[in-house]
Design a protein around this ligand. Structure first.
Ligand code: C2E
Ligand code: CA
Ligand code: CA
Length: 736
């Protein structure tokens, strides 16, 4: 059996090991065909073993997750890959009214589907999850007794190592009450707003049966007309509204009159008698007859021109480049995201992104002066804009860097025509300080693929292609191909080297002490991975973790770290190298936290080494919680269920808030070293550390400050009541 073959080990690394040892043994035999056959057999056994283990792991993880799921308040259900219900927790039963036995063998659609959503809604969910992605959103469903509830749902496919869906997990958090409350509150507010319309607001009433409006004297005065009440056709009003906002007003009016909204609220520009436009905020509420049909609608209109222009100016400034007036990176990314979404709905539509970098701009700047450089950028911006179609976007995202979004193209030919126009436009001489200057640009181009969703990926690829254009001698356009990225970074070789290096046992763990405060005794260590790369010495995580990530080696790497750290704990416990009650902390990457295998691996490692669970800590980052809240919180919950402590790493750098921490119930906060560094320098850092410590105390959490480098910092931390500290002052990471 395969099991015997891999006794004592259970990772891909061990498999490499076995293969390596066998290889050496065979060489002694000196018989090539025997070697080949033996290796073939081994590989086959290995693959069988892997498949079997994967199946067991998935089953096991589900069972374990199930155990934790018995007790959580959120409803959890599992279906198989075909969507047939396999298991539900008690919270599901109380939410839906179905018992576990009643649901088995049925599909969620048969059980819960309500008319609240169109069929496309469910199709989209299925398309998302069956392609291996997580779907999140609000869903209204029907209980067994026919009543409806609204839940915040997270539907995650459970994938095996090959990326195939083996089952689906659905978490539902009942938010019916909150949704209802929000609607009630909104309608109360709108009535209040109407009652509280200011003395300066114009009032209006609209008799729908007579189709006649009544505009107050004030309403008319606001637009420069004699302050006399006016009674007449609604068109007198509507036709004065700016064409850009008129249909919006009409739509909202109709929606409210049809009963789709609980009040009317709309901002629009309206023509003043002086010919200019004024921004107005219009609010209204319909009066309905017993049949629910609106008979009259009345409301107020307030002049918000000042606020609106200020707001528009701020928004414009936030989204545009001050020098050229072109969109900036933020706006560009937003437009690109919209374009990608639209393209995803059409098979024959793609989006092209160009990265345009002027050649030798610095030289021009130096020889003609900054003012001339600025004028050149403005001129290039104008020319790029003229070379494009109106639906396209050109942005300035850095010094002499422009990006271009070409929306809704069918193929490369279409893009090539536009690129041709751009190149011609740039090549025309520019008059600078009395001289005709000719500039050129290096352009990187990428055409979106059907599954591209992230603006940043496309921008990065266009950037990469642009660098190739520079490298190839400037003044040209290069189209991105996937091999480019790997090539540029020399990643391919590095990946191979790392993979081989891991199999050859080149990973090391260094341990950095963590002390308790104020007494400064060592209470634990953080395990930090290193790669002893032949010819390069000891590489730090910053130098190779991204390679491991790209090469999909992260799982193996972290598995190795976990096992090695647990082994180290065990041997320290034997020789007294680890004080009683002390711990070793291991870092867990965001992706891994959400993998069902993590829980089993941690448990296996604890079982195998026999170390007490509290001697192991797992450090996760805030970002890993953001990705998929429910799944992350279930994972943290399950890990803590094993008795392992969970630390929130780099705390303060992400989006954490008090509520957040509470929701995820971790044990330890590790304050990011940026705050420690600021402690004795800026008041802001000090205030943050103080707040974190106070908050942690309230929640019963332990706080450890990272990156303590000076005695002064340590004293501040002690004064603030911090529980622990880690940093070069107290000990650098070192080999065990
Ligand atoms: P981290 O988890 O925030 O780890 C602390 C880092 O701060 C370590 O860098 C440590 O050497 C460094 N450090 C400690 N004290 C001081 C100090 O006083 N001043 C300064 N400037 N730095 C200090 P290292 O070892 O380079 O690790 C960098 C990051 O790599 C870690 O940040 C962690 O996110 C990641 N990492 C390390 N090992 C692993 C691992 O096994 N798995 C995963 N997923 N990530 C790891
Ligand atoms: Ca850490
Ligand atoms: Ca950290």
């Amino acid at each position: 059996m395969g099991h015997e073959m891999f006794k004592g080990g259970n990772g891909a690394l061990d498999a490499h090991d076995v293969a390596g040892k066998t290889g050496r043994g065979d060489r002694r035999l000196g018989h090539d065909s025997t070697i080949a056959e033996l290796q073939r057999k081994l590989a086959a056994a290995e693959a069988r073993e892997r498949r079997l283990r994967e199946r067991l792991r998935v089953k096991d993880a589900l069972a374990r997750l199930g155990l934790a799921a018995e007790h959580v308040g959120d409803s959890i259900e599992f279906t198989d890959a075909q969507g047939i219900m396999q298991w539900v927790n008690p919270a599901y039963e109380s939410l839906t009214g179905y018992t576990r036995d009643e649901v088995l063998g049925k599909t969620p659609a048969e059980l819960l589907r309500s008319d609240a959503h169109p069929p496309e809604f469910y199709e989209e969910i299925w398309n998302t999850t069956s392609s291996g992605r997580i779907w999140k959103g609000l869903m209204t469903s029907r209980r067994k007794d026919g009543s409806e509830f609204t839940a915040d749902c997270t539907l995650s496919p459970v994938l095996d190592d090959a990326g195939d869906v083996t089952s689906y997990m659905c978490l539902r958090r009942d938010v019916t009450a909150e949704v209802h409350e929000r609607l009630e509150l909104r309608s109360a507010l709108s009535r209040y707003a109407l009652a509280a319309a200011g003395a300066n607001d114009g009032m209006w009433g609209w008799d729908l049966e007579q189709d006649e409006v009544l505009l107050s004297a004030r309403w008319r005065l606001m637009l420069g007309y004699p302050p006399r009440e006016f009674r007449g056709a609604p068109s007198e009003w509507l036709q004065q509204v700016h064409p850009d906002e008129r249909s919006g007003l009409e739509e909202r009016l109709k929606a409210h009159l049809d009963g789709a909204t609980d009040h009317l609220e709309c901002e629009y520009r309206i023509r003043h008698r002086d010919g200019g436009w004024r921004w107005m905020l219009c609010r209204g509420l319909a009066e309905r007859g017993p049949d629910g049909k609106a008979a009259r609608i009345a409301g107020s209109q307030a002049d918000i021109t000042r606020q609106k222009t200020a707001e528009l100016r701020l928004r414009h400034e936030a989204l545009h480049d001050a020098l050229t007036g072109l969109p900036n990176r933020v706006l560009f990314e937003d437009r690109l995201e919209q374009s990608l979404l639209r393209a995803a709905r059409h098979d024959d539509r793609r989006v092209a992104v160009l990265f345009v970098d002027l050649d030798k701009f610095k030289k021009i700047n130096d020889s003609y002066g900054h003012a001339a450089g600025d004028r050149l950028l403005q001129e290039i911006g104008r020319r790029l804009q003229r070379a494009l179609r109106s639906a396209d976007t050109v942005a300035r995202i850095g010094g002499d860097e422009f990006t271009v979004l070409i929306d809704a193209v069918r193929d490369q030919d279409e893009v090539d025509i536009i690129i041709g126009r751009i190149q011609e436009a740039i090549a025309l001489p520019v008059l600078l300080a009395g001289a005709n200057v000719v500039v050129s640009a290096s352009i990187g181009m990428v055409l979106s693929r059907p599954d591209d969703r992230h603006p940043n990926d496309l921008l990065r690829d266009a950037d990469t292609a642009m660098y190739q254009a520079k490298a190839a001698g400037r003044d040209r356009t290069v189209t991105f191909v996937p091999e480019m990225r790997a090539e540029v970074l020399g990643l391919v070789e590095l990946e191979q080297e790392l993979r081989a290096g891991m199999a050859a046992g080149q990973l090391r763990l260094h341990y950095q002490p963590i002390v308790s405060l104020p007494d400064r005794t060592v209470v634990g260590f953080e395990a930090l991975v290193r790669w002893e790369r032949p010819g390069f010495g000891l590489l730090l995580p910053g130098e190779f973790l991204h390679v491991a990530e790209e090469a999909r080696l992260m799982d193996d790497l972290e598995r190795w770290v976990l096992d090695a750290a647990c082994n180290q704990i065990a041997s320290w416990r034997l020789d007294g190298g680890l004080p009683a009650g002390a711990h070793v902390a291991v870092n867990i990457s965001p992706k891994r936290l959400l993998q069902s295998t993590l829980l089993t691996q941690v448990e296996d490692a604890l079982d195998r080494t026999g170390i007490p669970p509290h001697s192991l800590r797992l450090e996760i980052t805030e970002n890993s919680l953001l990705e998929d809240e429910l799944a992350a919180s279930a994972a943290v919950h399950a890990l803590r269920g094993l008795g392992v402590r969970v630390c929130l790493d780099d705390f303060g750098t992400g989006y954490s808030s008090l509520a957040y921490i509470h929701r995820f119930s971790v044990d330890v906060l590790k304050i990011d070293r940026a705050f420690t560094a600021g402690l004795t320098k800026d008041a802001g850092s000090e205030a943050i550390v103080k707040a974190i410590v106070g908050m942690a105390r309230g929640l019963g959490l332990e706080v450890v400050a990272e990156g303590v480098e000076t005695e002064e910092q340590l004293e501040r931390l002690i004064a603030l009541g911090c529980d622990g500290a880690q940093g070069y002052l107290l000990g650098r990471p070192g080999g065990a």
